[in-house]
Design a protein around this ligand. Sequence first.
Ligand code: FES
Ligand code: FES
Length: 158
Amino acid sequence: MKTRLSLTVNGETHEVLVPVHKTLLEVLREDLGLTGTKHGCELGECGTCTVLVEGEPVLSCLALPVEMEGRAISTVEGMAEGGVLHPLQQAFAELGAAQCGYCTPGILLTARTLLEDNPAPTRPEIKEALAGNLCRCTGYTKILDAVELAALRMGAAS
Ligand code: FES
Ligand code: FES
């Protein structure tokens, strides 16, 4: 059975007709072509599928699109504005905080929420916030450095 839904993603509203069992992750990637959100474990363990719903991190592999109607969904595709990278994206690129990049979208979105709630986090606070996002490549040091650098720059700019 399919259901018709209206989803607001990165400020744009999309009408989709999807099987009721499809996850938000599958609808974002397969129906809306937003492949920045990555498909990892599908079990809620790796964090690669993280998106923001009303500004809070949500594992899209465990979320049903029907629960998302009328709520603002943000994916990594919405982070850069007017062709300008978000300070987190800029810092990740400069410091080489992404290697294969598979975990990067989920980490960027989780870190964005952290910096909105806590503009000057300590390193332990950054580690705690990112604890649900696994990375197989970087050893985390560069990721933590990049979040700190972005926080500094965002603090200086405000
Ligand atoms: S794919 Fe969702 S937590 Fe791993
Ligand atoms: S950069 Fe490869 S999994 Fe994190």
